[in-house]
Write a protein that binds this ligand. Structure first.
Ligand code: ADP
Ligand code: MG
Length: 239
C-alpha cells in the first residue's frame, strides 16, 4: 500500500465537495478516479497533493499521515501532480521548462540539462525540444507536463484529465506512455473522462458521485456496477 485515504471530507461553505472518501492505492498500480462533472474528483486530488487540507479524515502516504503538509513538502516526499489546465512557462523552450523542474524539484543537480533531455526522450516528445512552449499543441503540452512532473522523481503521480483534448488517434500512444511511466516504478492516480483511457490503462477504479465514493473495483467490476451506470446515465443523455 502506497497511499490510503480514510474518510476524508472537504467542504466549500455549505457544499460537501468530498464526502467521507476512503481509497487504497497499491504500489505500482494505475488507479483511476471517475465520476460525473462536479463529483469532487479534482477536489479529492487536491486533498492528496496538499493544495487543500481535508477537515476530516486521514491521508496516509508510505505509512505517514501527510494531511497537514504543503504541496512543496509533498513534492519532496515523492508526490507530483499535473493540472487539468496545463501550466507551463510559455516564453521558455520546452526543454527549459523541464530543466526548471529538474533544478527546483529534482535530485539531479550535477547536470540538469542532461536529465531534462532524458525525460523529454522518455515521454517521446515529438518535436524539437527547443520549441517555445507557447507554440506547442495540446498533445505536445501534455507530454511536456508529464516530463516536468517526472523531473521531481515522484513515487506517486497524480494526473488530472491528462487525456482531455487529445484526438482518438493520439490516445493509444498516450496510454502506452502512461503504462511505461508505471513500469518505470511510478504509481499513478488518474482522473479521467475519456473512458477508453480508463478502461485500457487502469488496474482499479474508484467512482465518485456528489462527493461520495459509490464504487471501487477492477475495470470489469465497475463496468457491471448498476450504481455506476445510474450515475452516468444522466450525463450520457446530455451528450
Ligand atoms: N474552490 C472552490 N470553491 C467553491 N466550490 C468549489 C471549488 N472547487 C470546486 N468546487 C465545487 O465542488 C464540487 C466538486 O468540484 P470538482 O472537485 O472540481 O469536481 P470534478 O473534478 O469531479 O468535476 C463542484 O460542485 C464544484 O463546483
Ligand atoms: Mg475536475
Amino acid at each position: 500500500m502506497l497511499l490510503r485515504t480514510e474518510g476524508i471530507q472537504k467542504r466549500f461553505g455549505g457544499l460537501v465537495a468530498v464526502n467521507d472518501v476512503s481509497i487504497t492505492v497499491n504500489k505500482g498500480e494505475i488507479f483511476g478516479i471517475i465520476g460525473p462533472n462536479g463529483a469532487g474528483k479534482t477536489t479529492f486530488l487536491n486533498c492528496v497533493s496538499g493544495f487543500y487540507t481535508p477537515e476530516k479524515g486521514k491521508v496516509i502516504f508510505n505509512d505517514q499521515d501527510i494531511k497537514n503538509l504543503s504541496p512543496t513538502q509533498l513534492c519532496n516526499k515523492g508526490i507530483a501532480r499535473t493540472f487539468q489546465i496545463v501550466r507551463s512557462f510559455p516564453k521558455l523552450s520546452a526543454l527549459d521548462n523541464v530543466k526548471v523542474a529538474v533544478i527546483f524539484g529534482g535530485k539531479e543537480k550535477q547536470n540538469p540539462e542532461k536529465r531534462a533531455k532524458e525525460l523529454m526522450d522518455f515521454v517521446s516528445f515529438p518535436v524539437s525540444q527547443d520549441i517555445i512552449a507557447e507554440n506547442l499543441n495540446t498533445m505536445q503540452l501534455k507530454r511536456l507536463e508529464l516530463a516536468r512532473a517526472l523531473a521531481t522523481n515522484p513515487q506517486l503521480l497524480l494526473l488530472d484529465e491528462v487525456a482531455a483534448g487529445l484526438t482518438p488517434a493520439e490516445l493509444p500512444d498516450f496510454i502506452d506512455l502512461i503504462k511505461r511511466i508505471r513500469d518505470w516504478g511510478v504509481t499513478i492516480i488518474v482522473i479521467e473522462h475519456v473512458m477508453k483511457f480508463i478502461m485500457e490503462s487502469c488496474d482499479r477504479i474508484a467512482v465518485l458521485n456528489f462527493g461520495a465514493k459509490i464504487a471501487e473495483g477492477t475495470v470489469e467490476e465497475i463496468k457491471n456496477n448498476p450504481k455506476v451506470m445510474e450515475a452516468y446515465l444522466g450525463e450520457e443523455h446530455v451528450h
